[in-house]
Design a protein around this ligand. Structure first.
Ligand code: SAM
Length: 307
């Protein structure tokens, strides 16, 4: 059995704010006797919440055969016979025997759209959600911002600095690191917040309904620098609106958060107010079926303001 996969699900179950947010959203969305579909059910945690909030029946759909086998055992161990039907396969192919009142899903990647939650859920909804049914989450937004790190970890990417935390040992030229580093996405938990050099700008904003979401194509975004500093990276993070007043985001990082923030390190350079970072967002090709957040790429260039 894939131990990495099991560990990943364990980490998701240990993310208490994630569970609390879904529990609050399902409490609001599920009415007594509702039929609920859990898309990407994994360890059945969202299915169990829906049942706890009064659902009559849950259809739990899981594509991964290993996780589906685990879910089958969990359902048996928790005496869910008659209350839960497990469907193994891609949710896009599911045609259930009855219409559902609620669809719930948690397929947010570190950047947001990697697992194509909006496309998968809207496809399930078109065939299986009753008119007027509810979807949790109902919106998924991904934003990018230009940032400068403080001294945590990423300080190694900077040039010599007088304020190094270990008594001057880092006060030598380290810019060769920047020469050797290939451009590539990294995942990072922020223990201390970076400085935002631009406002965050959305690169995708999916309202999740029965409507087919727009096809994702490479797009260009401009981040306007609004405070001077050293541009060190572009960061990307998601916000999922679960229901009225309940959202979940992987930035700021919180204790127990299972999603690191997506970071695209840049060669460091001074920027001033009015400069623009032009960012081409390059999703992985659909042919690769890649779902790794680090397969998303950026192409960035700084356009200087006229002075
Ligand atoms: C982030 S996990 C969430 C698991 C569980 N719902 C939870 O909240 O802990 C997403 C799950 O969705 C499954 N999945 C991804 N794409 C799917 C698809 N198209 N159809 C069904 N399951 C899918 C993955 O295998 C994975 O188990």
């Amino acid at each position: 059995m894939d131990q990495r996969l099991l560990l990943m699900h364990q980490v998701m179950l240990a993310d208490a704010p994630r569970l609390r947010a879904y529990d609050a959203a399902l409490e609001a969305a599920v009415q007594p006797d509702d039929v609920v579909i859990d898309v990407g059910a994994g360890t059945l945690v969202l299915s169990m919440m829906a049942l706890r909030h009064g659902a009559r029946h849950v259809y739990a759909i899981e594509a991964d055969p290993t996780m589906a086998a685990v879910a089958e055992r969990i359902a048996a161990d928790n005496d869910l016979k008659g209350k839960l039907t497990l469907v193994q396969g891609d949710a896009r192919a599911a045609n259930l025997p009855e219409k559902a009142d609620v669809i719930v899903s948690e397929m947010m990647g570190n950047l947001g759209p990697e697992e194509e939650m909006a496309t998968v859920v809207s496809s399930v909804a078109r065939r299986n959600l009753r008119h007027g049914g509810r979807i949790v989450p109902r919106r998924l937004v991904t934003e990018l911002a230009a940032i400068e790190f403080d001294n945590e970890g990423w300080g190694l990417w900077r040039d010599a600095t007088p304020d190094d935390p270990i008594g001057g040992v880092l006060s030598y030229r380290l810019d060769a690191l920047q020469e050797f580093a290939e451009p590539g996405a990294q995942l990072h938990f922020f223990q201390r917040e970076p400085t935002f050099l631009s406002s965050p700008e959305p690169i995708s904003d999916d309202i999740i309904t029965t409507e087919r979401p727009r096809k994702r194509a490479p797009s260009t975004t401009k981040l306007t620098i609004n405070r001077p500093g050293t541009l060190q990276a572009i960061m990307g993070y998601f916000t999922a609106e679960l229901t009225d007043g309940v959202s979940l985001s992987n930035y700021p990082s919180y204790p127990g958060c299972n999603w690191a923030v997506w970071v695209w390190p840049l060669r460091h350079g001074a920027v001033r107010e009015g400069d623009e970072v032009v960012v081409d967002v390059l999703p992985p090709s659909r042919r690769t079926q890649a779902r790794e957040p680090t397969d998303w790429r950026l192409d960035c260039r700084v356009v200087r303001a006229r002075r």
